[in-house]
Design a protein around this ligand. Structure first.
Ligand code: ADP
Length: 732
């Protein structure tokens, strides 16, 4: 045994082990192409080592020539492996240069087998033993062929290829890239140069030594292995981290009841974690296909989910759906699933990955919320910040004339007539800025718009609702048609009653009114008779007749006015709110009651404020109130001695309220003044007890008030107060 026969088999053995290791790595990881090339390189070096050993131990020139010929096979493989390894590992190599290297070397290989003894020798003259590493090995005295130049060119090209790729990698500037450039690029370059130099020296006869390619290339292989094992270590570390992440995900999934799933679409195979199997009620070893998955869904949800998934596969690849499933224990769950589709380059769906989560609790909450909203007797509409409807309850759909769900996504403004829309937008915008509940005030009656275009009166309460989607607006719509109708009905009844009591009151005045009418009629009659007589004279006294006719016209007008006032009061009319003057009302009522009051020995003094603004009111109804107050005052003083029966009528302005007061010196008021205003309260023998009750309701309908108070000296004073019209200027 000598050093050569120990060392070379060792080189071959080491390379074989390396090749085996790299092949194993490649077998486990389809992407480990660099490891494959390194395995090939190691195998080639094994071959070179074997051929070198054969050369050194050659027994004849023929053996030497044959071994030289065959050594070119592993050398060619070495070239290919280095080019492919550098290309794969660096990612910066020039492809064409790599293929040129392989092409030239392949040409050399062809020549090696096709021409002469081999690539290097034209003839081998004799074997020459030399001492090498303490052993006797063979070299040859030979005629070297010019074909060797081709081998040298290919080696130089390989050098250029590796140096170029290394420089380009170095220029990337990253620390890892630079290290690779130095370790792999540097070692390959150094040992190719050494091999090249050695070959040139041997071929030119400068030195007589055996070929030593395998030894330096063992270092190259070691450098390459070192680099790849770093990657291997890194991926092992990554794998460990990944395992930890997966474990945490697994724990989190268990805690949150999350189901992870993956659907390999071309194979129609679905993988799902154990939580998912439990949730979908699929036993552990049952394979899951798409159809099997669909059967685990509630039958009513299947078609919808199928459409959703098909939509994701043909559309943007996003899936978001919910459905019911029965778990392994047969309990129904609501599940929300979200997934994403991976497409290949041609847009064909490869797999869909996603998670499913048990949202039963949330669903029940939503259901309870929906039920309670649906049970509301009022309409409920929830809109987002953009004013689009997100939810309506059954009552809202009914009152607005829409089918359930039809309003979703529509602008909330569509529920209001055109004229209210900006009024609605304003409070809604305000709500987003300053979240607090409020009632929509349109300044007049608010109406909602039905689908068929008809309108109905409503009251709308608006509240902000904070949600993950931002501030939402909850509108509660109350249909007040029934209330409006009831109010209208009440108003009609009040008018009716007011009319009846007016007629009753006037009937009390009928005697004095007849007298009031008799007077002008008697005067008219007397004047007419006088005129007849004057006309019968010859010649007739026409000047006197003219005076008489003027008197007749005046008296007729006076009687006409009395009748007109009576007719107005007796008329059954609708309430008409117009600007009226308290002073005019006082004057008219005092005219009407003039004769009656004189008959009762009552005197009237009036203090009418000349600057009194107008009030909005129904002239006839306000006259009725005053008439009632004046007649009550006269009644209250019936027991007073004549000369102590005086009524004072005063109008005044108190702030922005017009006041009409009637004061008497009568019997005074009971302690509980409010009783006077109760219906049917009367102290009079033939009284109805409805007068003041009706008067108060009339005044309340005018937005004012009617109150009584005892006078400081004697008797009572009644105040009729109504706010003055805000738009005085427009009316005056
Ligand atoms: P009626 O005149 O038919 O009794 P009213 O409602 O007009 O009905 O009046 C109710 C009662 O209020 C009267 O019966 C009377 O007792 C009392 N009353 C009304 N006005 C006066 C007044 N000026 N002074 C004292 N009592 C009054």
């Amino acid at each position: 045994m000598n050093a050569v026969s120990i060392l070379w088999p060792m080189i071959a053995g080491a390379c074989l082990v390396l090749a085996a290791v790299q092949l194993l790595v490649r077998l486990h990881d389809k992407n480990a192409q660099a490891n494959l090339w390194l395995a090939l390189l190691s195998l080639a070096i094994t071959g070179i080592a074997a051929a070198e050993l054969a050369l050194m131990l050659a027994g004849s020139t023929e053996d030497f020539a044959t071994a030289t010929r065959w050594i070119h096979v592993p050398i060619f493989i070495t070239f290919v492996a280095i080019v492919r390894f550098v290309t794969r590992c660096f990612g910066t190599a020039r492809g064409w240069l790599g293929w040129t290297v392989i092409g030239v070397r392949a040409f050399a290989l062809v020549l090696n087998f096709a021409v002469g003894l081999n690539l290097n020798h034209d003839a081998i003259l004799r074997l020459r033993p030399i001492r090498f590493l303490g052993s006797t090995v063979m070299t040859a005295d030979a005629v070297f062929s010019q074909r060797t130049r081709i081998a040298e060119v290919s080696t130089l090209l390989l050098l250029a290829f590796v140096v170029d790729a290394s420089l380009r990698l170095w220029r990337k500037g990253e620390a890892d890239a630079r290290r690779q450039a130095v370790v792999i690029g540097g070692s390959v370059t150094a040992f190719v140069v050494i091999g090249f130099a050695q070959g040139v020296l041997i071929h030119s006869g400068v030195v007589a030594m055996p070929y030593l390619i395998s030894l330096p290339f063992l270092v190259v292989v070691a450098a390459m292995s070192y680099e790849l094992s770093r990657d291997l270590l890194r991926s092992a570390r990554n794998a460990e981290e990944l395992r930890e992440v997966a474990e945490s995900m697994h724990l989190a999934a268990g805690a949150a009841g999350l189901a992870f799933w993956r659907w390999e679409i071309p194979q129609d195979r679905i993988w799902v974690n154990p939580q998912g199997r439990a949730l979908y009620g699929v036993p552990a070893n049952t394979p899951i296909t798409f159809e099997r998955y669909l059967t685990s869904l509630h039958s009513e949800d299947r078609e919808r989910v199928r459409r959703g998934i098909e939509g994701a596969l043909t559309g943007n690849g996003e899936l978001r759906t919910d459905y019911r499933v029965k778990d392994s224990a047969g309990m129904e769950h609501w599940v929300e699933a979200r997934g994403k589709v991976d497409f290949n380059g041609g847009g064909k769906p490869l797999r869909m990955r996603g998670v499913s989560i048990d949202v039963t609790e949330r669903h029940h909450m939503q259901e309870r919320f929906r039920l309670s909203v649906d049970a509301s007797p009022n309409g409920v509409v929830l809109a987002n910040a953009a004013g689009l409807i997100l939810l309506t309850n059954r009552r809202a759909d009914e009152m607005l004339g829409y089918a359930p769900g039809e309003l979703l996504g529509q602008p909330v403004g569509n529920l209001l007539p055109e004229r209210h829309r900006c009024e609605h937008a304003a409070p809604r915008e305000g709500l987003h800025r300053m979240p607090e509940s409020r009632t929509m005030e349109a300044g007049h009656e608010l109406h909602a718009l039905r689908k068929d275009g008809s309108e109905f009166p409503v009251e709308i309460g608006i509240s902000p609702v904070e949600s993950p989607e931002g501030t939402l607006v909850l509108s509660v719509i109350v249909d007040i048609s029934a209330r409006r109708e009831a109010e209208e009905e009440a108003r009609r009844h009040r008018d009716e009653l007011a009319h009846v009591t007016r007629v009753t009151t006037l009937s009390e005045l009928s005697g004095s009114l007849a007298h009031e009418l008799n007077q002008p009629l008697a005067i008219i009659l007397a004047n007419a008779q006088a005129a007849q007589r004057l006309m019968a004279q010859s010649p007739p006294d026409l000047a006197e007749v003219k005076d008489i006719l003027t008197d007749i016209v005046d008296e007729d007008r006076r009687a006409g006015e009395v009748i007109q006032r009576l007719r107005a009061l007796l008329k059954r009319g609708e309430t008409k709110m117009l600007p009226v003057s308290f002073n005019e009302i006082a004057t008219e009522v005092l005219h009407l009651t003039h004769a009656d009051l004189i008959g009762r020995g009552v005197t009237v003094s009036r203090e009418l404020s000349p600057e009194l603004p107008l009030v909005a009111g129904d002239r006839v109804q306000l006259q009725q109130v005053l008439l009632n107050l004046v007649l009550n005052a006269a009644d209250a003083m019936a027991g007073n001695p004549v000369g102590f029966r005086q009524i004072q009528v005063v109008t005044s302005l108190e702030g922005d309220v017009a006041r009409l007061s009637v004061r008497d010196a009568g019997c005074g008021l009971p302690e509980d003044v409010e009783r006077l205003f109760e219906p049917f309260f009367t102290t009079k023998q033939h009284g109805l007890g409805m007068g003041l009750a009706i008067c108060r309701s009339i005044v309340a309908a005018h937005g004012g008030r009617l109150r009584a108070q005892p006078h400081s000296e004697c008797g009572a004073v009644f105040h009729l107060e109504i706010p003055v019209c805000p738009q005085q200027a427009a009316w005056s």
